[in-house]
Design a protein around this ligand. Structure first.
Ligand SMILES: [Fe+2]
Length: 328
């Protein structure tokens, strides 16, 4: 792999995936004979979107300077996912690691037309990290929300819906660990169909036209199509993606399912989805406070599973969630 006349060493581009943003070495792409473009630097770190685009374009090889080889080997020896398993690592550090991995994972998901197995597998690992963290330490919820609330909306929303869903799912007391993982993954991936909808509709800072709403209403089906062939994504997660806008009042979409036909974890994600979007600032309206968001959900309770609305209110409608309010 090493060209003895060159000051550069080839590395697999994929070795940079599933890593923290901070790197101790510079990364280059080879443009031609002795022509290297500096693409990631040790001062600014990895740019996950660009990395995902390079991978998507089929670029397999990146390059580092020979003198950085030891630093690169150290980097390979310490995969961040291992930190999540360590009892000696603080929750704050674990959250920082998880958010890095999540951001990279989302960058990959949103630049694909189909979710590939490898990406689905890393999503599953990330969600397991959130489930373990939230079940072991419920106060992590507020910490995570505080950290993600300033990011891009889809990034924030995917994480928020996932963790609200895990939290609500845990509070039902009836979900086993496997279903909790499914709820978390469903929450994370529920809106991936938006990746195939034009930005001018997704990000419109105005009322949408009827035609545009029709386009928006295709996102559960588009999302399902994106994951249909991903064997690492359980069918239950696919149901959630497809059903998260179905309402027990039978006026949801795409199929106006009746309550008994809607998968229970999809009902959990449906409330978490509405709650997350209400407490987020949107281009066309300010953020609702948590009490205001709960009121909206209570007023529209026919759209949701009633016991879940009550549970949601009892979890988030108390003073102890001041931090969560701030995060909104
Ligand atoms: Fe949605």
């Amino acid at each position: 792999m090493t060209d003895s006349t060159s000051a550069y060493i080839a590395i697999p581009l994929s070795s940079l995936k599933q890593s923290l943003r901070d790197i101790q070495f510079d990364v280059y792409l080879k443009l031609g004979e002795d022509n290297y473009a500096h693409v990631f630097s040790r001062t600014t770190g990895l740019d996950y979107k660009r990395l995902a685009q390079y991978v998507q374009k089929g670029i397999r090889e990146a390059f580092i300077k020979k003198e950085d080889e030891v630093l690169y080997q150290d980097f390979l020896k310490n995969p961040p996912i291992e930190l999540l398993k360590s009892a000696s690592v603080t929750n704050e550090k674990k959250i920082a690691v998880l958010l890095n991995l999540t951001e990279q994972n989302l960058a990959e998901i949103f630049c694909q037309l189909k979710v590939e197995d490898e990406v689905a597998q890393s999503t599953s690992r990330v969600i397991k990290g959130y489930v373990d963290l939230l079940v072991g330490s419920p106060r992590s919820l507020a910490l995570i929300l505080n950290l993600v609330s300033h990011g891009e909306y889809l990034y924030y929303h995917s994480i928020a819906v996932s963790i609200f869903s895990i939290f609500l799912g845990k509070a039902t007391g009836v979900l086993d660990a496997k279903t909790l993982q499914i709820v978390g993954m469903g929450g994370f991936l529920h809106d991936i169909g938006h990746a195939l909808i034009p930005d001018e509709i997704n990000e419109a800072a105005r009322e949408l036209t009827n035609e545009e709403w029709e386009v928006i209403r295709t996102h559960p089906k588009l999302g399902l199509d994106m994951v249909r062939d991903a064997t690492n994504i359980p069918d239950e997660v696919k149901y959630i993606i497809y059903q998260h806008h179905e309402h027990p009042s039978k006026d949801g979409y795409p199929n106006q399912l009746k309550s008994t036909a809607i998968y229970y974890p999809a009902k959990i994600v449906s409330i978490a989805d509405s709650f997350s979007s209400l407490i987020s600032k949107r281009p066309y309206r300010p953020a609702f406070t948590i009490p205001q968001a709960l009121k909206v959900i209570q007023n529209e309770k026919n759209r949701f599973d009633k016991p879940l609305v009550e549970l949601m209110t009892s979890i988030f409608g108390t003073e102890k969630n001041e931090k969560t309010k701030k995060a909104a």
